[in-house]
Structure formats: C-alpha cells, structure tokens
Design a protein around this ligand. Structure first.
Ligand SMILES: [Zn+2]
Ligand SMILES: [Zn+2]
Length: 277
C-alpha cells in the first residue's frame, strides 16, 4: 500500500483506493478526510472525518484514529457518518476504551442529505445519499466566496458603506463544487442528483471496468461498472472524471489500457484512475 497525491488545478487529494481492501482520501488543503481505511498515520493531522459508509475497507480505522489522536493530545476528532452507523461504532469504540483502560474524547455526527458542514473558512462539505448495500453517502467539496448582491452592483462605495452601517446585507455567497466523491454506490445516485455532473471533478467508484464482469454483477454488490459511466458521458460536464475503488483484478497499467479501449478519444484525456493503491 502506498498513498499518492493526485492534483487537478487547486484540488489536492492524498489517498489509497482498492476495492474491498482500503479507501481513504485526505484533503490536505481543506484539513479533512473522506473515509479512513484501516486508519493510517498520514490521516492524523486533521480533525474532521467524513465516512461514506460502514464497510470495513472504508471505516475500520475509526477507533484507531480516535485512540491515536487522544494519545497525541490533538483536538477532539469529529466523525460524520450515516445515522445507522453511529450506534454500532460507538459500541466498538467503547469496547476499545475498556481494553485500553482509557476514556476517549471524540464526537460522532449523523449525516443528513444536503445538510452542509463547514470546513475551514471558504470551504464546506455537502453530503448526499447514495445507493449501496448499506446506508451510504457521497460528498461535494464546495468552495465559497462572497460577492456583491446584483441589486447593489450600481451603487458607489459611499452608498454601500451606508447600507452596511444600517446592517443591510449587501453580499451573497457564491459557490463552486470543486469535487464530488461517490462512496461505494450504484450508478443511480447520479441520476438522483444530476447537478453533480457539473462538479469540476467527478470522483467515482468504478469497481469493475472490463467485460469479464457484467453490470448485473456490479449491481449485485452495490457497485458501478465502468460501462454505466460511459453510457452517461453526454451528461458529464466535469473537467476531470477520476475513477477509484477498482477491483484488485486490474493493475493500474491494465486499467489505463481498458480506458484507452473503451473511451471515445475526445473523452480519454478527461478520465484518470486514482494512483494510490
Ligand atoms: Zn468498498
Ligand atoms: Zn461498500
């Protein structure tokens, strides 16, 4: 296992991704993390953790991260996860607490569809429901900035200062979806949320990519087959489509070749496979 840093424009992701084995992605500039795999030391310098779902390859490291962060006297870590995961995960952490004879400080929060969570100033995370074998969410990382509301755009600076003094809000928040992450999911989450196609980067699970596995087989396990992404190309506005959670049956080289064969040439350069394995 070797984590890698992938970057497009201003968005940086450090992580590892291998179906059924581990998934963890650190956003070093936004100081948060999506999924934690088995809990790795390069995930420990942030305090907001977003968990897509409870499968062990994505969430097994929660207790380990809590223990490490408490031992290092870091601020209390915050974990955002599907509501149905909070009870069982609290029991797991409680049992580790008994074993280690140490009381941990941590917070678990239930994700709600489209209920945004603030990150460091200028960024927020927007969860959205996806469709897997257990409760699952994806996340949009959103960059925000303030701009003058259109009705005040023809006012001079003195008039604006007056309005501000009176407490009248003259700015509105504008946003840009830098990246949308799927967790493990079937493709239908995209049909349910077509605005995700507009994200600058679309980071999609694509567990199976060749013809040795069928779309039906991918669906049986709640996953996406690459052919389902290809059939949605006309809708995709994202500048980059990054594939992750590929089955171990594909080496990175093999995966790149399959993309060469299956994608129309005009699309090929917009698609990449996440390099951390
Ligand atoms: Zn998985
Ligand atoms: Zn899963």
């Amino acid at each position: 296992m070797k984590e890698q840093i992938w970057q497009y424009k201003e968005t940086k992701i450090q992580g590892v991704s291998l179906a059924g084995t581990y998934s963890a992605y650190l956003l070093p500039d936004q100081l948060c993390c999506i999924d934690v795999g088995q809990g790795f030391d390069w995930l420990l310098n942030v305090h907001q953790y977003f968990i897509t779902h409870g499968h062990m390859d994505h969430a097994a490291g929660i207790a380990y991260i809590i223990s490490q962060k408490n031992m290092r006297h870091h601020p209390k870590p915050q974990f955002y996860m599907p509501a149905s995961l909070i009870g069982p995960m609290t029991q797991i952490v409680r049992l580790w607490s008994q074993i280690e004879k140490f009381t941990y400080d941590f917070e678990f929060f239930a994700l709600e569809d489209f209920k945004e969570i603030s990150l460091k100033p200028g960024f927020k995370m927007r969860p959205f429901k996806t469709k897997h074998r257990i409760d699952s969410f994806g996340f949009s990382l959103i960059k925000t900035h303030k701009s003058l509301a259109p009705e005040f755009q023809n006012k001079n600076s003195q008039a604006l200062a007056e309005l501000k003094k009176k407490g009248i809000p003259i700015e509105i928040e504008k946003e840009k979806i830098l990246i949308s992450f799927s967790g493990d999911t079937e493709i239908e989450f995209l049909d349910m949320n077509p605005h995700l196609y507009e994200s600058e980067i679309l980071f999609l699970e694509s567990t199976f990519i060749d013809d040795k596995k069928t779309i039906e087989q991918a669906k049986t396990w709640g996953h996406i087959h690459f052919d389902e992404i290809i059939s949605r190309l006309p809708y995709i506005k994202a500048e980059k489509v990054l594939l992750k959670h590929l089955s171990g049956r594909y080496s990175l080289n093999r995966a790149e070749k399959i993309l060469d064969e299956k994608l129309p040439p005009a699309w090929r350069q917009r698609f990449e496979v996440f390099p951390g394995r």
